[in-house]
Design a protein around this ligand. Structure first.
Ligand code: C2E
Ligand code: CA
Ligand code: CA
Ligand code: CA
Length: 279
C-alpha cells in the first residue's frame, strides 16, 4: 500500500539527534496553539446528489500558525500523535463540534450529522465512550447527531477493547463510519465484527473513476459489499461531474468533495446553506 495522509513524513523532519529537541519544541507550539486559539475548524458538506440537500458535515481541524502560516492537518495530526497531545487536541475538536451542535439545535442547519475524525490514541483511551457521553449530555446534544470517522488501521490491534468501546458508542446512538475505505491493509472480516454504519469510499477510488475500467470494478464490488452489509455509502473527494454521474448511476447518492463544496468556516457555511436555499 502506498503511503498516504497522516503516514506522510513531516516536511521539517529533523535528523535523529535533534529528534527530542524537535519534539519538545513541537510540544510547546501545540500547547501554545491550544491556549491561543490558533486551531479552528472548517466544515465540509456532504450532499445528497438526488435532492441536492445537505445531509452532513465533516469537521476538519486547521492550524493557523502565527509565523509559519497554515499548517495542514496531515502534518500536525501526526506530530500531535507523536507527542500524545492528540488527546488534548481531539478533546478540543469534540468539544467545539458538540458546542456547535448544541447551538444549532434551534437553528436552520438542524438536523444534519456532524462527523469528527478520530485518532487511534483517542479511541484506545480508557473511558473515552463515557467522557463522550458526559459531554453530549452536558450540552443536551442527541448522540445521533454525532458521527465518528475511523480508519481501518485504527480498528486493528487491541480488538477486545476496541469492540467494547465501539459497541458503547453505537449503543448511545453515535454513528460510526469507516474513513478512506479500501486503502487499509486489513482483512474485510472486521466489517462483521464491529458495529459500523457507513463506509466512506476513499478518494483514490473516486478520482477519474469514469475513465478507469478496473477501478470501476473495484468500486462496484465495494458498493455491493456495503449494500449486502446494509451500510450507508459516501463517495469522498468527488471533484468532477463525470464522477458524480458514475456514482449516481450506481445508486450512491451521498457525496463529499470539491465538486460540491470545499471545507469552510461556520460563518461561510451558514451563509451558503441558509434555509431558503435548501430544498
Ligand atoms: P480525511 O479525513 O480523509 O479528510 C478528507 C480530506 O480531503 C480533507 O483534507 C479535505 O479537505 C480533503 N478533500 C475534500 N474534498 C476533496 C476533493 O474533492 N479533492 C481533494 N483532493 N481533497 C478533498 P484535510 O482537511 O487537509 O485533512 C487531511 C486529513 O487530516 C484528514 O483526512 C484526516 O485524516 C486528518 N484530520 C483532519 N481533521 C482532523 C481531526 O480533527 N482529528 C484527526 N484525528 N484527524 C484529522
Ligand atoms: Ca485520510
Ligand atoms: Ca475523514
Ligand atoms: Ca477520508
Amino acid at each position: 500500500a502506498k503511503h498516504r495522509g497522516r503516514n506522510r513524513s513531516y516536511r521539517f523532519e529533523p535528523a535523529l539527534g535533534e529528534q527530542s529537541l524537535f519534539r519538545m519544541s513541537i510540544r510547546k507550539e501545540i500547547k501554545q496553539a491550544l491556549e491561543q486559539d490558533d486551531f479552528f475548524i472548517e466544515y465540509q458538506p456532504k450532499i445528497d446528489c438526488h435532492t441536492e440537500s445537505l445531509v452532513g458535515l465533516e469537521a476538519l481541524v486547521r492550524w493557523q500558525h502565527p509565523s509559519r502560516g497554515r499548517i495542514p492537518p496531515d502534518e500536525f495530526i501526526f506530530l500531535a500523535e507523536q507527542t500524545g497531545q492528540i488527546i488534548d487536541l481531539g478533546d478540543w475538536v469534540l468539544d467545539s463540534v458538540i458546542r456547535q451542535l448544541a447551538h444549532w439545535s434551534s437553528k436552520p442547519l438542524d438536523p444534519v450529522t456532524v462527523s469528527v475524525n478520530l485518532s487511534a490514541i483517542q479511541l484506545h483511551q480508557t473511558g473515552f465512550a463515557d467522557r463522550l457521553e458526559t459531554l453530549l449530555n452536558h450540552h443536551k446534544v442527541p448522540p445521533e447527531r454525532l458521527e465518528l470517522e475511523l480508519t481501518e488501521s485504527i480498528l486493528m490491534g487491541q480488538e477486545e477493547a476496541v469492540t467494547q468501546t465501539l459497541n458503547r458508542l453505537r449503543a448511545l446512538g453515535i454513528v460510526i463510519s469507516i474513513d478512506d475505505f479500501g486503502t487499509g491493509y486489513s482483512s474485510l472480516s472486521y466489517l462483521c465484527r464491529f458495529p459500523i454504519d457507513v463506509l466512506k469510499i476513499d478518494r483514490s477510488f473516486v478520482d477519474r473513476v469514469d475513465q478507469r475500467r478496473d477501478q470501476q470494478q473495484v468500486v462496484r464490488a465495494i458498493v455491493q459489499l456495503a449494500r449486502s452489509l446494509e451500510l450507508d455509502i459516501v463517495a469522498e473527494g468527488v471533484e468532477r461531474a463525470e464522477e458524480v454521474h458514475f456514482f449516481r448511476d450506481l445508486g450512491v447518492s451521498r457525496m463529499q468533495g470539491y465538486y460540491f463544496a470545499h471545507p469552510m468556516t461556520m460563518d461561510a457555511l451558514e451563509r451558503q446553506f441558509d434555509p431558503m436555499q435548501r430544498r
